[in-house]
Design a protein around this ligand. Structure first.
Ligand SMILES: Cc1cc2nc3c(=O)[nH]c(=O)nc-3n(C[C@H](O)[C@H](O)[C@H](O)COP(=O)(O)O)c2cc1C
Length: 194
């Protein structure tokens, strides 16, 4: 096999699909977001990267809060919908049934299996290292509340086989999660190079 040098890009496989919630002009609004990552676990910190002209960014910046909602396979169409229309043109406040936790400006989606309410602890604008005129805003949020229906839990932890999250590939496709492969922090212990 030959290693081809390909165009540099963000080929991070896979990317989880999340739905970010916030409040703009007194109303809930949501957008799909795949550029999301865990940055710390104590306290739990999550980073999201959202293009600076998105309507959602207005709410995050004003309230310094946002929600992360993990949709299940059955929500693929609605997740895509909130990722193709902007709150600048279309009111997305009625798309989901919402509930609130501790933060009153982080609307969470009742129907999504996992909901996290986050408080912004740091914001970074990528414009200084962007080659484009406008960049993304990275919001690092501290998870102050996490919610899941009993149905999705096993031993108190969200169970991937019940949550059925789906993933996004850079060629603009959605995929289901596959089969169990092995136990982490364990399967490698007996590894030997052949
Ligand atoms: C699957 C998917 C993933 C997306 N991921 C991101 C992302 O990580 N960051 C981003 O800025 N926009 C992302 N988008 C685009 C926004 O969701 C989209 O532009 C949306 O309309 C913005 O809504 P708003 O203007 O109401 O905030 C994604 C869209 C889709 C469909």
């Amino acid at each position: 096999m030959t290693k081809n040098k390909i165009r540099p890009g963000v080929y991070v496989y896979p990317m989880p699909v999340s739905i970010i919630g916030t409040i703009v002009k007194g109303k809930p609004t949501f957008m799909a977001l795949a550029w999301i990552n865990v940055v710390e676990y104590k306290p739990p910190l999550i980073a999201i990267s959202s293009f600076e002209s998105h309507y959602t960014n207005l709410g995050i910046k004003e309230n310094q809060t946002f929600s992360v909602n993990i949709p299940s396979e059955g929500m693929v169409e609605v997740a895509d919908y909130v990722g193709v229309v902007s709150g600048k043109e279309i009111d997305k406040s009625e798309v989901f049934e919402v509930f609130y936790g501790e933060l009153k400006t982080a609307p969470m989606i009742q129907h999504a299996p996992i909901n996290l309410e986050c408080k912004v602890v740091k914001s970074i604008n990528t414009t200084e290292f962007s080659e484009a005129e406008r960049g993304h805003e990275i919001f690092i949020g501290k998870v102050v509340g996490a919610y899941a229906d009993e149905y999705y839990l096993t031993n108190g932890i969200p169970d991937i086989t019940k949550v059925k999250p789906f993933i996004f590939s850079i060629d603009n496709k959605y995929w289901k999660i596959g089969e169990f492969l092995g136990s982490a922090f364990s399967i490698g212990k007996t590894y030997k190079k052949e």
